[in-house]
Structure formats: C-alpha cells, structure tokens
Write a new protein. Structure first.
Length: 183
C-alpha cells in the first residue's frame, strides 16, 4: 500500500494557482481609493464631454456648473420663457439627459477657462453655439494621485491624463490663423 500525500507536481500547481490569484486580487484590495478616484475622474471627463457634444450639436446654450459645497459637476440647459424668447435673463435647470458627476473623493485644485482661473467655490461656464467655446482645464487631486481633464475649445471630447500635465493635443494651423507659418 502506498503512503497518502501530495506529489511534488500537485503542490507546485497549487502554489502557482494561489500566486496568480493573489496577483490579480491583492492590487485591487490594496488600492481601492485609487480606483474610486480614477472612476470619479472618468465620470467628470464624461460630463465635460457631454456638455461639449451637446453644445456642438444643438443651437441652444449649455452650461457646466460646479459647486464645491455639494461636490457636483453638472450640465445645465436653459428653460425657455416663451416661444424662443431668450431676450430676458436665462433660467438654468439640470440637463435631464446628462447625470451630474460627484467629485468625491477628488478635489479640484485648479479650474481654468481659456487659461483664466475660475473661482474655487463655485463656477459656471456657459457655452453658446454662436460664440467660441472656452478651452477648459480641470486639475484634480486625491490622496492617491492627480489627474488633468482638458477640453480644447474646438474639441467635442475631453481628455483625461494622469498627473499634472495635460495630454498633448494637436494644433490645427489653419484654424489658428497660422496657415503659412513654418513648423
């Protein structure tokens, strides 16, 4: 009769399976804050992109509204006062098609529109089809990292980059009036 026990091959296979499982599970368990912050940054980027697309596709104004007390970035649309009457001041309401994005666990370090700093507590950037849309940049920070959301004025989608530097974007020389300039 043969003694009971595990062969060396069986033990090696169990150790390999445990190592692969630990390699997949441990990073997610160690840094849940980072994943939560990254998800919040992606949600903020999506809200900014939704506002840009809405402004590009419709003829009505759209606004991005940030309130540090509630920690929410939302898209606002105007409420018409009558059949196309925009002569009086505009009343804004949350866009029913774009859910707002919660900032937690991030904080806005700096927000700019056309390189002009926006107030830290509350700001609203209005985008109108007749006007040039301002270029937006949001610098975000959490305990686990920093992110930058960048929306060039001519783009319909915002980009998200990890770190303090915004992602590199291409420049259209024709649009910027530098058609004949040397590279």
């Amino acid at each position: 009769m043969r003694p009971r026990g595990f062969t060396l091959v069986e033990l090696v296979l169990v150790v390999i399976v445990l190592a692969i499982t630990a390699g997949m599970v441990l990073p997610r368990m160690v840094s849940p804050d980072r994943h939560r912050a990254e998800a919040a940054a992606r949600a903020l980027r999506d809200v900014v992109s939704a506002a840009a697309r809405r402004e590009a596709l419709t003829s009505e104004p759209v606004a991005l509204d940030f309130d540090s007390e509630t920690g929410v970035l939302s898209v606002l649309t105007p409420v018409p006062r009558g059949a196309g009457d925009w002569s009086r001041s505009i009343v804004w309401r949350p866009d029913p098609m774009t859910p707002p994005a919660a900032l937690a666990p991030l904080e806005v370090v700096k927000a700019t529109a056309d390189d002009v700093p926006l107030p830290a507590k509350r700001w609203r950037v209005v985008m109108q089809a007749a006007d040039r849309r301002p270029a937006l940049r949001l610098s975000l920070r959490s305990s686990s990292g920093t992110w930058t959301i960048d929306l060039p004025s001519e783009s319909a989608a915002a980009s998200l980059a990890e770190g303090d530097t915004p992602p590199a974007t291409s420049i259209d020389l024709d649009r910027s009036g530098l058609r004949d300039a040397a590279w």
